[in-house]
Design a protein around this ligand. Structure first.
Ligand SMILES: Cc1cc2nc3c(=O)[nH]c(=O)nc-3n(C[C@H](O)[C@H](O)[C@H](O)COP(=O)(O)OP(=O)(O)OC[C@H]3O[C@@H](n4cnc5c(N)ncnc54)[C@H](O)[C@@H]3O)c2cc1C
Length: 170
């Protein structure tokens, strides 16, 4: 069990990183983020919901969580079927503000995007160019994010406490 005072201190530090508009501990928000698309699992309420916009902000949040020993769970579209993107206490990190197309290389057929971009936004971005991902994403629909899936991963960037780890798979 985490002391409430530690959660409050962490909240205050995280607020300094992302700004007051992008962190909340209000009950109605905790309730809104307490489930996925998973009818079999009970609600689980985080201590706070954070919505970072940049990798640097995520890195700072990870450092603060580590300092106070508070667990973190990432969340994309919340379409997971088995309760993966909710947490009982701790910090729920909603990554959907990290939704930019970083590089689109038409010659070499690759696109680099933020993890929180949705399949819908990515496909909409590509459609006018005549290019396609080749698949339309998972069956849950276009609100699922790229970060929420694992079956098409080519390059995964993992933000750890003191480093950024790149995982590449074929
Ligand atoms: C009707 C329906 C059909 C589905 N069909 C399919 C299907 O065809 N194929 C399939 O694979 N799945 C399917 N799913 C499951 C789910 O929709 C997919 O796994 C989807 O990709 C989840 O994406 P999300 O952004 O909503 O992820 P979330 O639900 O937000 O997260 C899923 C998991 O990934 C973690 N996560 C989220 N973002 C990140 C990140 N940036 N970095 C690290 N971890 C992260 C979360 O902590 C959680 O454990 C289906 C679900 C439904 C409801």
């Amino acid at each position: 069990m985490i002391k409430i005072s530690k959660v409050k201190e962490a909240y205050s530090e995280i607020e300094n990183v992302v700004g007051e508009d992008f962190v909340t501990d209000k009950d109605f928000m905790k309730a809104a983020y307490s489930r996925n698309v998973d009818p079999a699992f009970p609600d689980r309420w985080a201590d706070m919901i954070v919505r970072p916009e940049t990798t640097e902000e995520v890195s700072e949040i990870v450092k603060i969580a580590n300092k106070y020993k508070i667990r973190m769970v990432p969340r994309g579209g919340g379409a997971d079927l088995v309760g993966g993107s909710v947490t009982e206490s701790g910090i729920l990190i909603d990554l959907t503000r990290m939704n930019q197309v970083i590089e689109f290389n038409k010659d070499d057929y690759y696109i680099i995007v933020d993890c929180g971009i949705t399949w819908g936004a990515l496909i909409s971005h590509l459609h006018p160019t005549g290019y396609t991902t080749g698949i339309i994403g998972p069956g849950s629909g276009f609100a699922a994010t790229i970060g929420g899936v694992d079956f098409q991963i080519v390059l995964l960037v993992v933000v750890l406490r003191n480093m950024v780890l790149f995982l590449i798979s074929a």
